[in-house]
Design a protein around this ligand. Structure first.
Ligand SMILES: *Cc1c(COP(=O)(O)O)cnc(C)c1O
Length: 355
């Protein structure tokens, strides 16, 4: 079959192996995993791989993605704080949502009652990264208020790291989270089913045996897709780091000067370009560009290649030093970081191919 470019390819064998390893390691550590699907827009063929391995909790930050997830006997988590304007859809498309605003939770409760069901809330607690969550000192009172809302069940509490502030989870911070949970349990005489200790950045603590025993859930996306925990960027458990590849086709390959000539103005994105004269270069132009993926997230598999720059529909690559003789029609392959996978899956111009 004729291949259509640009493409992102997914190595199914390696993907399954990563899923198996994460499932085994977290099960051994008594951690339930909320499998986070936003990195690949919850592509159904890939969600199926998770289901086959036995994952039963799925999380995404977009209702559109959650809507497309259809795994029997599973629960769906809305990970981004729900928009109050979408309370009805949130209750319809998810079983559990992370929340920090009492008005939103009231709206969810009202919609749940209308729909004749209960909606589960995981209260987001701020622990230093400073994205979503109530401040620790407000958590107990907030939990009490949640418990009074009809249609709502307080399932547990959660915290998040490694996102806005780049804060790394540690034993002290997770022990504080457990303390908050136990205070809520004591004061209101309940048992919280979920204490969720973060995302892929907390996985290193499983490996070190440092996760407090009452932390019983992590929400994991990137570690499965990229094979690295995100606190120290370490490869864990020999997970594959090369499941995803970007492939793009060369549409021009010529020897040209390295220094643009004429009166210098702005580049395609309104910036003043800075170029150094390196003499003549062998330059390839590929048919993929900044509209599809940020240059920061891609790196050529052929280590002798260098990305010189790009515009919305092209990247320009210095192929001078490669031992391969690139020509028009050749395919260039790139490794991808999490952001690159996310960009490419979001673009309708990219062919997504499971190998
Ligand atoms: C995206 C997201 C995650 C998953 O993060 P990874 O670093 O991909 O593991 C977990 N929790 C929340 C709230 C998220 O938004």
């Amino acid at each position: 079959m004729k291949m259509k470019y640009p493409a992102i390819t997914i190595n199914k064998t390696k993907f399954k192996e990563n899923l198996e390893i994460i499932h085994r390691k977290t099960t051994e550590a008594n951690i339930s995993v909320c499998a986070v699907t936003k990195g690949f827009c919850a592509m159904p063929e890939l969600v199926k791989l998770y289901a086959d391995i036995g994952f039963s909790e799925y999380g995404d930050s977009r209702l559109d993605n959650l809507l497309s997830i259809n795994v029997p006997n599973s629960r769906k988590w809305m990970l981004r704080l729900p928009m109050i304007s979408q309370a009805e859809e949130t209750v319809r498309f998810s079983d559990i949502s992370l929340n920090s605003e009492i008005e939103t939770i009231r709206a969810l409760g009202a919609e749940a009652l209308k729909a004749g069901k209960h909606h589960k809330i995981v209260l987001a607690i701020e622990k230093g990264d400073l994205r979503e969550g109530v401040m620790s000192e407000d958590a107990v009172v907030m939990a009490g208020e949640i418990l009074t809302i009809d249609g709502i069940e307080l399932l547990g509490i959660a915290t998040n790291f490694n996102c806005f502030g780049g804060i790394i989870p540690d034993v002290d911070k997770l022990n504080e989270l457990v303390r908050i949970a136990e205070e809520i349990e004591q004061i209101y005489g309940i048992r919280l089913g979920i204490i969720s200790g973060g995302n892929s950045g907390s996985a290193y603590m499983i490996e070190n045996g440092e996760l407090p025993s009452r932390i019983n859930n992590l929400r994991i996306g990137e570690l499965i897709l990229c094979g690295r925990e995100t606190s120290y960027q370490r490869n864990l458990w020999e997970l594959h780091t090369d499941i995803f590849t970007m492939q793009a086709e060369i549409v021009e390959c010529k020897t040209k000067p390295s220094l643009p000539y004429g009166n210098v103005g702005l580049d395609a994105f309104g910036k003043t370009p800075l170029h150094v004269d390196k003499g003549l270069q062998e330059r390839a132009i590929i048919a993929v560009g900044k509209q599809d993926v940020s240059m920061d997230y891609i790196s050529p598999r052929d280590k002798e290649l260098k990305i010189l720059g790009g515009s919305s529909d092209h990247f320009i690559i210095d192929v001078t030093h490669s031992c391969r003789n690139y020509k028009v029609g050749d395919i260039v392959e790139f490794d991808l970081s999490y952001g690159g996978i996310l960009n490419l899956f979001t673009s309708k111009y990219i062919n997504k191919v499971i190998l």
